[in-house]
Design a protein. Sequence first.
Length: 289
Amino acid sequence: MSVETASSRRAPHNASFIELFTGLEGEAPPAGSFMHICLEVPDLEAAVAELRAKGVEASAPYLGSDNSWQSWITDPDGNLIDDGQRPLVYLHGGYDGIFSRIEEALHGAGKREAQGFSYSFERSMTYPELGVDAVLDRTVDEGKGKINVGFQNLMGIMDSLKMCKFPFAATRMEDLLVWINGVTGWDMDGGELMAAGERLFNLKKLFNMACGLTARDDTLPERILREPRGSGGSADTLPDLESQLREYYAEREWSEEGIPLPSKIASLGLEEFLHQTDEESGPLFHERK
C-alpha cells in the first residue's frame, strides 16, 4: 500500500520513535489500528536463528530502503512485526559516505539527525541551486564542509516552516519563495531566504555556546573516526573530520575554534549576542564543571 508519513514522535532517549501513516485519498485503510511494529535487535541474524529454532517463520534478512537490515514475522493475531538492525553509521545519522560526518559532529551548532540532509547527495540526489550538480563522491573530504553550510541554512528555513525534510529534493528554493511570499505578502528573494537560514543557524550556535558547548564537542565517537566499516559502499573509507571542520568553520566565517566572528554576527543583525564571543564575558571560555 502506498503511504505517506504524517508525523513521528521520538522517545526522550532519541533512539525509538512511532511513525503515523495516512493512506492516499480513496484507499481502504488497513485492518487494525497500525501497520506493523518494528523491534530493534543488536544482531539480526542471531535473532532470526533463534526465532526459527523456536518454530517461528521469519523472512531472510535483507537491507531495506531505509538502509536498515530487516526480517519480518507475524504474531498469532496476524500483526506484522519487523525485526530490524541499523548499521553503525546509521545510528549516527549517516549512510555509506563521509559527508554527514561533519554534520553529525557539530554538537556545538545544534546536533540533530539530518540537520542538513547532506548524506542524500552521496547517494542519488542533486541540488544545483546550492552547488550540487551531480552525485558527490562519498570517499572525498574536500568540499563537504563548504557545501554543508548552505544545506544547513536551507533546512533551518524548512524547520521554521514546519516542513518535512524528506521531499525537499523535489521542493526547490523558488517553490519556498512562492509559498512564503504568497502567504505573507512579502517580496523575499533567494538571497534573503538563505540569509534568514544563516541567521537561524548562527543564533542556535550562540545559544549552545551560552550553554557551555565548545569546539571540543564538535567530534564523533572514536569508533566512527578510526574503525573502517569493512563492507558497503565505503568499506575502507574514514572521514578526515579535522579537515572538514576547518573548511566548514572558514565557510561559516567562524574562528579556528568554531566561534562566529564578530563581523559575521554583526552582518546577521545579531549584535545583542556579541558578548557570547567575548573572551572575558562569554560562557564559551569558562571551564565546564
